[in-house]
Design a protein around this ligand. Sequence first.
Ligand code: ADP
Ligand code: ADP
Length: 232
Amino acid sequence: MITLENIVKTYGSGERAVTALDGIDLHVAAGTISGVIGLSGAGKSTLIRCVNLLERPTSGRVEVDGVELTRLDTAGLRAARHQIGMIFQHFNLLDSRTVYANVALPLELMKMSKAEIRERVLPLLELTGLASMAERHPAQLSGGQKQRVAIARALASRPKVLLCDEATSALDPHTTTSILALLREINQKLGLTILLITHEMEVVKTICDQVSLIEGGKLVETAEVGRFFTAP
Ligand code: ADP
Ligand code: ADP
């Protein structure tokens, strides 16, 4: 479902150049949950942002659901991004909008009718446990509730892939557990493929099928999660 081939990303140029990713190869099978774990500065955030081309790789190939994103023009990429939802550590919600309107936003941008939007948003609020909070504003929500809104918003365009950028790093352990359970439920109910980055071993152990370790911009090991945590 996701294939990264020999991804290199260099920031800046000349003497100041920083190679954040140094030849990344990664395959994430459809319907699975994959994690990339590593220390701060290892290149996790750059890697996940290269999947939907929020960050353009300096070289290499990115394919999602059979479409080679690295060959698309701006219009093609905009359309392809409907297949790729993303959530962030700090949620990135709009404070001026209600929960309902935050989830509806991507659909408004896709010019859907109000009736169609409603048909999509209400089930997503149910799924994420927010049905009774539709009229609240983000400022009135807990961190876990905010991340649920972000998840519902990310799912609004019915993507095949969900990218999670340190999605539980701002949450307490109890809330983290409930958000991870929700991600697992989404993976199973909707068949969504999930790629997440984290610096927390516990996250990977809890929900990932496959895990890759990143160090200095290179994936030094990729394995099934069971093998990864079992000494040889
Ligand atoms: P992680 O998410 O694992 O902490 P990052 O992908 O944020 O790692 O960073 C990897 C490397 O790239 C680090 O050396 C970082 O300083 C550098 N880097 C990240 N973003 C930028 C940027 N916009 N400009 C220059 N260097 C950057
Ligand atoms: P308007 O006031 O112009 O109808 P809104 O953004 O308030 O615009 O509503 C857009 C659509 O979404 C309407 O069909 C409305 O009924 C529906 N809607 C808005 N908020 C909710 C909600 N909390 N629960 C269900 N449907 C809602």
